[in-house]
Design a binder for this molecule. Structure first.
Ligand code: NAI
Length: 404
């Protein structure tokens, strides 16, 4: 089977049977969790498709190892190849503190225009959670990735930029204390709509019944309020009859089959509702900051902060990544949990349209946890758990993979 490059046209990926897919192991525990995850993904593909499909991995330099070999944490060649190959997976990378380096993750997301951060969150039986019914939460969060207060438009207190912005604000009738630092929060219609479009499409494709936009539009009317407004506008303009605003439903009438309900929640109320009524939610769409908070709060609620998978997706390019950091305290000791990397790999398989293989990985992973076999981070303080190292845990997952 000849390997070839994934193509993209009319909003769709065209995936050959042996696609070239990029990987970057990353720093710290990255190489360990990647070495553990890769054979799991390969076994799932082989179990589901036999000799009919395979992944052709292409390693790209990134992070500390790239600095040694190429003199750059993020060589231009890596960016170019990810753009060309269209699908990539990476381990965590270290961001040196206070050295002037920008986070590699932020640079990758911005350079490749990966405008949606996608985080599915659900509970795996056997994992301890701080709530009584963790299984009630099963959501996919779409977080806008390029704007909001993360755009990096900030001015230190006392700086020339700060003084100049203060003067401009004064002209607009806003008085700001001379002692203040200032930041700008851009939220555009274009970026909001493309993020919401991806969330709507996901909900429709996966038979989800509800999309919840989370905003603080009661306070930030011009920015987060507009995010909400643009969501309803998009539903009306492009998804009529398929994505239905809650206000358009006639009382007492059910949602038509195949349609998705669109509603919105103020962010503070959402954090309460996720704890008190988690089963209400399916797909969540939010601007950058709300989405950041929500992703980690939801992952913690199911006890899975360390095993949450993640993806950064743009038009025709997607980068899958473990959501934890480089864990320098345990790097090289065989203790790291490869779960986030394995599940991010499953997301990647799903993105390729290889849902059977993705499902195989998720089921095998769930089976190992259910049987009480865990890495030390999940086992801590619990009785009756068989503690496994990184590679043994991954081998157990591999062993549980069954053809569909
Ligand atoms: P961290 O996630 O690396 O570690 C926090 C704690 O969680 C540590 O005690 C660590 O041992 C534990 N931990 C993390 N992943 C684990 C795993 N897979 N299995 C078992 N235990 C795990 O966060 P920290 O310490 O704040 O950051 C360390 C470095 O990682 C920094 O340079 C930071 O910039 C970078 N980082 C990179 C990310 C990425 O590339 N996506 C995300 C977060 C941090």
């Amino acid at each position: 089977m000849k390997s070839s490059t994934i193509e993209y046209g009319d909003g769709l990926l065209l995936v050959p049977d042996r696609p070239r897919v990029a990987f970057m192991p990353g720093d710290g525990i990255g190489p360990e969790v990647w070495a553990a995850a890769r054979p799991v993904l390969e076994k799932a593909v082989a179990a589901c498709y036999g000799a009919g499909r395979a992944l052709d991995w292409v390693e790209l330099p990134l992070g500390q190892s790239a600095l040694s070999s190429h003199g750059d944490l993020l060589p231009e060649r890596t960016l170019r190849s990810i753009r060309e190959l269209r699908v990539a997976i990476k381990g965590p990378t270290m961001t040196p503190v206070g050295s002037g380096h920008r986070s590699l993750n932020v640079t990758l997301r911005q350079s490749l225009e990966l405008y949606a951060n996608v985080r599915p969150v659900r509970h795996f039986p056997g994992v301890v959670s701080p709530v009584l019914q963790p299984e009630a939460l099963d959501v996919v969060i779409f977080r806008e990735n390029t704007e909001d207060v993360y755009a990096g438009i900030e001015f230190e207190r006392g700086s020339a930029g700060c003084a100049s912005l203060r003067r401009a604000l004064a002209e607009l009738g806003h008085r700001v204390s001379a002692d203040a630092a200032l930041g700008v929060k851009p939220i555009s219609r274009k970026a909001s709509r493309r993020l919401l479009r991806m969330a709507f499409d996901h909900a429709l494709r996966h038979g989800r019944r509800r999309i919840t936009m989370v905003h603080k539009g009661n306070i930030m009317k011009a920015t987060e309020g507009a995010f909400r407004r643009w969501g309803y506008e998009l539903a009306r303009q492009e998804y009529a009859g398929r994505v239905l605003p809650a206000s358009s439903l006639v009382a007492g009438h059910d949602l038509p089959s195949g349609a998705v309900l669109l509603e919105d929640r103020i962010a503070d109320a959402m954090f309460q509702d996720l704890l008190l009524k988690p089963a209400l939610f399916g797909v969540i769409a939010a601007p950058n900051l709300n989405g950041d908070y929500l992703s980690d709060a939801c992952a913690a609620q199911v006890g899975g902060l360390g095993i949450a998978p993640g993806a950064n997706i743009g038009d025709g390019v997607a980068l899958f990544e473990s959501t934890h950091g480089t864990a320098p305290d345990i790097a090289g000791r065989g203790l790291a949990n490869p779960g986030s990397m394995i599940l991010s790999g499953a997301l990647m398989l799903e993105h390729l349209g290889w849902s059977e293989a993705a499902h195989c990985v998720q089921s095998a992973f769930a089976a190992v946890l259910r049987s009480g076999r865990m890495t030390v981070d999940l086992a801590a303080g619990r009785e009756g758990i068989q503690v496994l190292g990184t590679q043994d845990f991954a081998a157990a997952v591999r062993h549980e993979i069954r053809p569909p």
